[in-house]
Design a protein around this ligand. Structure first.
Ligand SMILES: Cc1cc2nc3c(=O)[nH]c(=O)nc-3n(C[C@H](O)[C@@H](O)[C@@H](O)COP(=O)(O)O)c2cc1C
Length: 415
């Protein structure tokens, strides 16, 4: 049987394009409309996606409230609460939420995700992040963002405690950052343990993924970048006594798809034209971890930057693209605002499927986290145009074979 790609539907209020909320067909208060999310989850489940995926930040995405209020994600539910509601409105699709190791404790988080796993019949996953934003740090004490290495050291111990609790082994943990006495008052998960997802692509982030993750969510702009990341991460697995196939690598992709190429381009141009320059530059600043990018001429090049203590991999991605393509600050801002640093494909279903197939069969991805530009329109377009094309090519399932998220993803059940 041909290998099948994995697909996630990345939910995000009005859409992944930063100006999605200005699109005439977008739903402006989507972030706090449960019916909107139920509709999206059902669309993704009818299309046989492996999972819905939620990001998170326990704080505003942008320090300047005037700018924050002009983005596609100024309001939204806490995602584990949201997924608990979606668990009872769906029956097969996986439910994955981001949660931070910097602003939680492992016992509480292990309990929350294992509860979600039980109440969904074995469909839960945790996307581990260390949280790179100083804005979030300010909501959890006044000491600011912890250094990158310290965040990851805490994350490593955090993951060890959580997986131990899920596997029924970690009571009695007494470590550097955490001390846990009791087991969770819950039986083992219907899928053995919730699925561990990880998003972080720095050197230490990759090591943590190779050690603990079942799935990695990543950002890449080109096949070469994605392939290099894929080979590097799969190559690290042996160090931790794991097989390359024990981890599924899923880059984000934001397709703009239509019946004809001209129509897809027009849709894309329409969205790009809605980005206010100051919003684009603010988003770029956050990826670069500098606060005063607006001081530099917008039609000039990026200034020299110190290495980030925030999200190292995203900073490197932006700098690399600016050098490769010689882009000005304005051009870079527009480019990244479109898909927030992720890969974008504009075209017909066949063109989108060709590109996904090339990454999948070329060994650069095991699947994709699909990031529709605006909801529900672009998720509907992907489900009705691209999914059938992938199915025709034998690249994607026509129906669920299993019931749990682990089964959908083809992951081993932990002992
Ligand atoms: C593809 C991707 C998605 C991410 N999603 C989130 C997120 O939803 N919330 C969050 O706080 N951090 C997110 N992060 C960043 C992590 O919080 C943080 O651990 C960062 O430092 C990891 O990137 P690094 O290993 O490249 O430094 C994401 C990182 C990547 C690469």
């Amino acid at each position: 049987m041909t290998a099948r790609m994995k697909l996630g539907a990345f939910l995000w209020a009005t859409g992944h394009h930063i100006a999605a909320w200005r699109h005439p067909k977008a739903h402006v208060t989507a972030g706090i409309d449960i019916d909107h999310y139920i509709q999206l989850a059902r669309t993704a489940e009818a299309a046989k996606f492996d999972m819905v995926f939620c990001e998170d930040a326990a704080g505003l995405r942008e320090a300047n409230v005037g700018i924050a209020s002009q983005t596609s994600r100024s309001i939204g539910f806490e995602p584990i609460s949201l997924l608990s509601a979606l668990a009872v409105q769906t029956s097969r699709i996986g439910l994955v939420s981001t949660a931070s190791t910097s602003y939680n404790e492992p016992y509480g988080l292990a309990r929350t995700f294992l509860s979600l796993d039980h109440l969904s019949g074995g469909r839960a996953g945790w996307n581990l992040v260390t949280s790179a934003s100083p804005i979030e740090a300010a909501n959890f004490g006044s000491t600011g963002l912890k250094p990158h290495a310290d965040r990851y050291e805490r994350a490593r111990e955090f993951a060890e405690v959580v997986t131990g609790l899920w596997h029924g082994k970690a009571s009695g943990h007494d470590g550097q950052s955490f001390s846990v006495r009791d087991p969770l008052g819950l039986p083992r998960s219907p899928q053995g343990a919730p699925v561990m997802v990880q998003a972080g692509a720095s050197d230490v982030g990759r090591d943590l993924a190779a050690r603990t993750a079942d799935v990695v969510f990543t950002a890449a702009q080109t096949f070469e970048e994605a392939k290099a990341f894929y080979d590097d991460l799969k190559g690290r697995m042996a160090t931790y006594g794991r097989e390359p196939d024990d981890i599924k690598i899923m880059p984000g992709v934001s397709p703009v798809v239509a019946e004809t190429e001209a129509e897809a381009r027009e849709k894309h141009e329409e969205l790009q034209a809605l980005i206010p320059d100051d919003v684009g530059v603010a988003l770029l600043s956050s990826y670069l971890s500098i606060s005063d990018l607006w001081r530099y001429p917008i039609d000039g090049p990026l200034p020299e930057l110190p290495e980030s203590e925030g999200m190292k991999s995203r900073q490197a991605l932006v700098v690399e693209q600016s050098r490769r393509d010689g882009l000005s600050i304005r051009q870079l801002a527009r480019h990244f605002a479109g898909a927030r640093g992720h890969w974008r494909i504009v075209g017909t279903a066949a063109q989108v499927a060709d590109e996904l197939q090339a990454w999948f069969e070329g060994g650069a991805a095991d699947g994709f986290n699909v990031m529709p530009s605006y909801f529900p329109g672009e998720l509907d377009a992907f489900a009705t145009l691209v999914v059938p094309e992938l199915q025709r090519r034998g690249l994607f399932r026509r129906d669920y074979e299993g019931r749990t998220l682990r089964e959908h993803l083809g992951l081993k059940r932990p002992a």
